[in-house]
Design a protein around this ligand. Structure first.
Ligand SMILES: *Cc1c(COP(=O)(O)O)cnc(C)c1O
Length: 384
């Protein structure tokens, strides 16, 4: 459906509108949950809240194994350690800084592979040409909740004896062929940062099919301590505490409401922006369940008449703070741009996409009329 733009003068929003705003349980419910923690005097190290949340998430994410973490980045550092990856790992430049950084923290060179121009995920058909004798794994990201080509990535990994790790920070509850997104590859990371659909203020998890990994991962996240007299390996402190876990348990009850509110707003955006010349929306993915994590649009500067950066700046004047995810590309960071794979000639699609994407405000508390006004502001930018 094509929206007929009514060109009007808009006034700025009275309060700033950000790209996201965390849902929360009522303070009363949280206080009640905290009472259990206070009474137990058990604040961290796999207490009752931690155990309960781990169990609930294992079921919800439909995965054989799950380990909670204090944040997603430490979870991903630990995933790379637990698989003993080394040398080079092939990854995407179109992601949050944490993705290549966890490789660097493990002494591994990230090798950037170009992305698919439509899904914006790593282009599975280009992975093979990036493989060298030093390659030990593939670290792919389900960008904006769109699943990677998990079948082809696994085929390549099997052929070359590589491990596969997924960053599913945007893909909470996404399913492919009725399987939880965390069941693909060797290990999948979820982030429970405050900006994510499901959050524990800070937090994260690893999921895996091989239950034998649990022992190693759980040792690694607790300094490698096996018992009072044995430390098995150089572990780290990756433990989620009881207060985070208590919040997580309550957030699970907010999830369906938050998802359905976002689903409504998704429709409002789609109704108003679909068919606007120069604006394109994320195409429907093969996922059975949507993540509702972000609402990205792409702006074709030639067709729209304004660049993504122009639109981003103009929105600020209306008190609307969109985000240029993921600008700059990881391959443009000072710490990675000297790598051969970081050259723009190797990454033509990523270098194009990074100039076009803009994430719009998207969270359950946002009113339908506010989304309508945001769309109307965008449409009138084009006309002016
Ligand atoms: C949020 C995010 C992370 C980092 O997770 P934290 O829990 O904040 O450490 C990693 N990768 C992607 C793609 C993210 O969006």
């Amino acid at each position: 459906m094509v929206y007929k733009a009514t060109i009007m003068k808009h006034t700025p929003f009275a309060e700033p509108i950000y790209v996201t705003r965390p849902a929360l349980p009522s303070l009363d419910r949280f206080t009640n949950q905290l009472r259990e923690v206070w009474e137990s005097r058990w604040l961290t190290n796999s207490g009752a809240q931690h155990q309960a949340l781990e169990e609930k998430l294992t079921t919800l994410l439909k995965t054989p194994g799950l380990s909670l973490f204090n944040n997603g980045t430490i979870a991903l550092v630990t995933a790379i350690q637990s698989l003993r990856l080394s040398g080079e790992v092939i990854t995407t430049p179109f992601t949050f800084p944490a993705t290549p950084h966890v490789l660097a923290w493990n002494g591994i060179n990230p090798i950037f592979c170009d992305i698919d121009p439509v899904t914006m995920n790593i282009d599975a058909s280009k992975i093979e040409e990036m493989i060298t004798p030093k390659t030990t794994g593939i670290l792919a990201v389900h960008v904006f909740g769109t699943p990677c080509d998990v079948g082809q990535i696994q085929n390549i990994a099997d052929m070359y004896g590589l491990k596969v790790v997924y960053d599913a920070a945007h893909a909470f509850m996404v399913e492919v062929d009725s399987k939880g997104i965390g069941c693909f590859g060797d290990i999948t990371m979820f982030s429970f940062h405050a900006t994510k659909l499901f959050h524990t203020a800070e937090g994260g998890a690893l999921t895996y099919n091989d239950k034998n990994l649990k022992n190693r991962i759980d040792l690694l996240k607790n300094f490698g301590i096996k018992n009072e007299s044995e430390v098995m390996m150089p572990g780290i402190n990756g433990k989620m505490n009881e207060i985070q876990a208590a919040l997580g348990i309550l957030m699970l009850d907010e999830l369906e409401k938050e998802r359905s509110l976002r689903k409504q707003l998704f429709k409002v955006y789609k109704t108003h922006l679909d068919g606007i010349e120069g604006i394109s929306l994320l195409p429907p993915s093969k996922a059975d369940v949507d993540s509702f994590q972000y609402f990205p649009i792409r702006i074709d500067a030639k067709k729209f008449g304004l660049s993504r950066d122009d639109v981003y700046e103009k929105f600020k004047a209306f008190n609307v703070f969109t985000r240029k995810y993921f600008f700059p590309l990881c391959s443009q960071y000072a710490c990675y741009r000297q790598l051969a794979s970081a050259s723009p000639q190797n990454l033509p699609n990523a270098n194009k996409v990074v100039k076009e994407v803009l994430c719009m405000p998207f969270y359950g508390d946002l009113a339908t009329c506010d989304v309508e006004k945001i769309c109307s502001i965008l449409v009138s930018m084009k006309a002016n």
